[in-house]
Design a protein around this ligand. Sequence first.
Ligand SMILES: [Zn+2]
Length: 415
Amino acid sequence: MDPDQHSIKQYLQEHQEEMVEMTQRLCSLATENPPGHHFEECVDYLEEIMRARGFATQKVRVPLEYQKKYLPPELWDKPRFNLISRWDTGGSKILHFNSHYDVVPATEGWKTDPFAPVIRGQRLFGRGTSDMKGCLVASIFAAQALRDLKLRPVWNLEFSFTADEEIGGECGAGFLVKNKIVQPDAAIVCEGGAGDSIMIGHRGVLWADIHVHGVPAHGSNPGAGINAFERGIHLAGRFLEYHQRCLERVTQHEMDKPHSRRPSMTLGGVSGGGSKVNTIPGWFHFTIDRRLIPEERVASVIREFQAILREAKRQDKTLKAEMKILTGFDAALTDPDSSLCRAACQAVRAVTGKIPNPRIFGAFTDLHFFTNQARCPTIGYGVEGNGIHGHQEYLVIPSLVKTARVYAEIARTLP
Ligand SMILES: [Zn+2]
């Protein structure tokens, strides 16, 4: 270990307790999303933290018009805020750290208060500890360590603490990237990989809502109406057959899990229709969550969906159905030979002592905004933990230091 690596390790170990406390305080702000509670409070606290460390800050409120474009009406009275913070080291390039500060709502079943994180042995239990306020804290302390130890990185460091990852990210990382409020040369999304695993991309996604129209009539005389539910389940059956055909497609990329190597499809995550037990249902709808392997393109999957609808209508002239696209993007991919990936692999190896494992993940994060929109190499890496979105979410406390060390190493060694 070189002397700088050693002093960073020592510095961060001495600050572990402070990192835990900051994570606890951040988690006590219950930024549950939906609907988006305590967002401004959280951003104000983060601004205070960054200013106290001498880093410039920029609080960004998403314009209501923009919010209305992407969020459902029930969220329009909850303003969306993001915080950007910068350490201008005099470099010509920007390394960006992104963390989302929103959390999924606390589900039933917590044995402790999800918003008053408690320490049990080596673990910190609470909503948002590993997804992902602990990661956010690790990124702040990485910068603090470098600054206090006078190890000025060659690249400027930039941070974004963003809203809405848990509901698609359009008013969070998506807003900042698409509007070029941040324009990094490389980015670390502080979640996804952990330990020796580095996320270098994720599958793409297409979310669609299929709406079937029928004609309501009295339930005693089904022939008098058109049953939207019955037509809907036939149509869903066609999508199930299509899913089977899709499973023959296998990616050539290294994936995190065996099931991620193929496309997947979840039908009916949201579904429903009709109005009354004795009325022929006049409408029925169901959603489709289709995940794309890196070789697939959203545009062609949309065409495949349209072809299924066309064929169904050709065979049943009474079928009236339409498809609404809710969201869609191609897989996110970062070149494993990029200088960011190489620096990340070296850093993970130096800190964990293990051979790093760069992988493409089955599930998505905000990472695609950086690879697909900002077009910069991006990795996903954060603290070790478990139970995200569940009622036993925790982070492994010593991994706060390890993760901050990895971030600091990457920032310090990027050429
Ligand atoms: Zn997350």
